[in-house]
Design a binder for this molecule. Structure first.
Ligand code: ATP
Length: 486
């Protein structure tokens, strides 16, 4: 194809394909992917754009173009539609949507207006006809890059607005106690940085939730969040799980297997219960944290992965360091910033809000009665938020529509606390032995009919039905279960 390019005087043509460095472009300059099979156009067009200060990646066909695009996303694509092996513009058209949302400028032959229009319909942002006028090229590329940047800014602003609209607990960390509010503020502050974070707190207090929030609020959020429980595996298995292994490195290693560190590349690696990590693995983890490199089990070559590490434990790591069961150097490496998740006992103010959120997950228009809230506040929660969640969700699931109120006896039933208490009248704690005789059968039938009828007459309201039957609400729920009526 002809083009109006001349070797720009005083500027040597480019020597090689650019695009290696992953540095942001200067303002007004950008990274352009030039897709054209014609060597002369690649050379002259590429040199022209580079001399304008742009970074240029060259591709000679669709396959190369998609590979280059996947490897490092450009800000603008210049695409010749007729390329090998088919030289069929239809094939070129198929490429356009694959570059979305990056603006695409198509290069068409002179007079190919129909093709240019079809390209625009398929999402191309602009077109240039060959032979290409360098001034037009300069102008269209500058405009295209400007558009790409505006699009990116808009996307960032929209994402920020969406987060704000969700309010403070957009990170899933519900709670209004001072400690929780401070924790959220710290997560927001630490998340965008690269420092390693150690999350300390008793079981079920939200350590993993904090790790996920750190990831979700960091620039790594589009890469994976990978969690591993360090106490669940032997040192050997943990090493293989983290760093991968080579085929044949142990019995059962039938093929090369990448580890979780590699899977988390670009993202966040969450080391749960790091205090349980066997000592031999502590050394290997330390090396990885210091150098960013690792060697898969049975391998020789060093590999590199870029992960941010967030570690958590309910154990007293400092005491473990003093006792010698946890490496001091690893402790200091992990402990970039320490975030603490307090027990529920230390933040009772969170209980009503947490309980209401959990209830709404299973029954969106249900509510907690005053006695339910009092019961929740008075109870000990050794399993912390996890336990609170389980009890409230079970109670919500036990509600029988149209009932909407969870009361204290229902919570008590859901928590299993009933079993250890003396039965109150009408609340049998163990089901009656299965009757076999005619009297038992008749009684069961009578009981079933009475309960069913009373419940129907009360419009399905269990509290009212229980009152009419002269038994407690919990007693009724148990009867319903025993009689197979729920
Ligand atoms: N502040 C919170 N807001 C909402 N849900 C929470 C909160 N804290 C904890 N949870 C919920 O409680 C459960 C336990 O949380 P998580 O697994 O993060 O705790 P953990 O401290 O990592 O527990 P463990 O030490 O046992 O691993 C999860 O279902 C989590 O979603």
């Amino acid at each position: 194809m002809n083009q109006a390019f001349h070797e720009p005087s005083g500027h040597p043509p480019a020597q090689s394909i650019a695009g290696g460095a992953d540095t942001p472009s200067a303002p007004g300059h950008g990274h352009v992917l030039l897709v054209d099979d014609e060597a002369a156009f690649q050379r002259l067009g590429g040199a022209f754009l580079r001399n304008l200060g742009h970074e240029v990646t060259l591709a000679g066909d669709g396959v190369q173009a998609l590979a280059a695009f996947a490897q490092r996303r450009p800000e603008l694509v210049l695409l010749d539609l007729a390329m090998p092996p088919h030289m069929d513009p239809e094939r070129g058209l198929e490429l356009i949507p694959r570059f979305a949302p990056v603006p695409v400028v198509v290069l068409t032959g002179h007079g190919d207006h129909a093709l240019a229009l079809r390209a625009t319909e398929l999402g191309a942002w602009d077109f240039l006809t060959k032979p290409i006028d360098p001034d037009m090229l300069r102008f269209v590329v500058a405009r295209g890059l400007h558009k790409a940047r505006l699009d990116a800014e808009l996307a960032t602003l929209r994402a920020g607005q969406a987060l704000d609209a969700q309010g403070l607990d957009d990170m899933g960390l519900v709670g209004q106690a001072t400690a929780t509010v401070q924790l959220r503020a710290l997560v927001r502050r630490v998340a965008p940085t690269q420092v390693s974070v150690l999350v300390l707190g008793p079981t079920g207090t939200g350590k993993e939730l904090v790790a996920r929030a750190l990831h979700a609020h960091s620039a790594r959020r589009t890469a994976p969040f990978v969690a591993i429980h360090c106490g669940a595996l032997s040192a050997e298995l943990l090493e293989s799980e983290l760093f991968g292994h080579m085929k044949g490195s142990f019995t059962g290693a039938y093929r090369d297997q990448a580890g979780l560190v590699e899977a988390a590349h670009g993202g966040t690696l969450f080391l749960d219960e790091v205090g349980e990590m066997p000592p031999p693995m502590q050394v290997k983890l330390l090396r990885f944290l210091q150098e960013g490199t690792f060697v898969p089990v049975g391998g020789r070559a060093q590999k590199r992965a870029d992960v941010r590490v967030v570690a958590a434990t309910h154990r007293d790591l400092e005491a473990m360091v003093r006792e010698g069961s946890f490496r001091e150097d690893l402790f200091y490496r992990l402990k970039g910033v320490v975030l603490r998740t307090p027990s529920l006992a230390e933040r009772p103010a969170d209980i009503p809000l947490l309980a209401t959120r959990f209830l709404h997950r299973v029954a969106h228009n249900a509510r907690l009665s005053a006695d339910a809230l009092a019961w929740l506040m008075a109870r000990d929660w050794p399993g912390n938020v996890r336990e609170l969640k389980a009890v409230v969700e079970s109670a919500g699931a036990l509600l029988m529509p149209p009932e909407r109120e969870v009361d204290a006896p229902l919570l008590q039933l859901a928590s299993g606390d009933m079993a250890t208490e003396a039965p109150t009248p009408g609340t049998e704690t163990s089901p009656a032995p299965a009757g076999t005789g005619p009297l038992d059968a008749a009684l069961t039938e009578l009981e079933t009919r009475m309960v069913r009828d009373t419940l129907a007459a009360a419009g399905g309201n269990q509290s009212e039905a229980a009152r009419r039957l002269g038994i407690s609400r919990v007693g009724l729920v148990k009867k319903l279960t025993r009689l197979g009526l729920r």
